[in-house]
Design a protein around this ligand. Sequence first.
Ligand SMILES: C[S@@+](CC[C@H](N)C(=O)[O-])C[C@H]1O[C@@H](n2cnc3c(N)ncnc32)[C@H](O)[C@@H]1O
Length: 302
Amino acid sequence: MGPRPTGPIGPGELVQMTDTRGVKTTITTQPGAVLHTHRGQIPHDSIIGSSEGSITTSTRGIDYLIQRPQLDDYVLGMPRQAAVIYPKDAARIVALGDIGSGSRVLEAGVGSGALTCYLLKAAGPSGAVTSVERRSDFAEVASENVCRWFGGDPRSWTLIEGDLVDLPEAEVAAETIDALILDMLAPWECLDVADRIVRAGGALVAYVATTTQLSRFVETLRITGRWTEPRSEESILRTWHLDGLAVRPDHRMSGHTGFLVSARHMAAGQHAPARRRRPAPGAYGEDYQGPGAQQVDGGEAG
Ligand SMILES: C[S@@+](CC[C@H](N)C(=O)[O-])C[C@H]1O[C@@H](n2cnc3c(N)ncnc32)[C@H](O)[C@@H]1O
């Protein structure tokens, strides 16, 4: 996994062709091949040797902008089996996991491999990303997507087919993971393995789509006592329409993707300090028996 190529486009490279309406098509250049669009044909040979940011014209006279795709474009256009993590959330996951050059990261599940690409990019060739996926058909698609983006199987990547809950101890040694990322329906089922593999001070980040998952994950995390007080957030991204005096938010936006929960691991044998803040009255209901139960007053949740 080397640096992204620069200079003239070569054969076998990913290239993004953008037409005058902004429609993007991604191809892998191949000498002698032809791109067929409903707006004319473009021989790959007219792309190979070009500089990024140059224009080629189809047989029907339509101009196409030639660029290598950025990762954000690639993940949104790649074949997918499961819902992918969107670029805005991937960026926050990298930040919340404190993932950088040399980081040792584990993620589950892999789905279509969108987040995997961001994690591998952030951890770099000196890092190590282990991806665990329980569905072999998804693992296969993810592998194709990741290898297509990196131009081969990244040496810093290990893909394990199986359930994270049953991860054999021999696969990942205890306390060796700097950041564990969970994107699955039931992340609370993975807290035992998380406790075993994440190093003291390491990060746990979960992406969940619904408020019920969010609540269940946070409460289960607190009960373990092995993680710092979880922090939760959601990112709302609004793009803008800019055309002369018509400057306003775009009419369409992605209203909801998911919530992110993050916490950091306690040292072996240590428990997170008890929360000093009283829960909001009624937040846990009268029959609640979990941590802080003696402080619960009943009444309306605040
Ligand atoms: C929403 S997808 C992940 C999408 C992925 N993060 C991406 O950006 O493309 C959720 C995946 O988690 C997998 N999964 C669910 N529970 C799992 C578990 N306990 N261990 C491993 N994989 C799991 C599912 O099979 C599914 O492929």
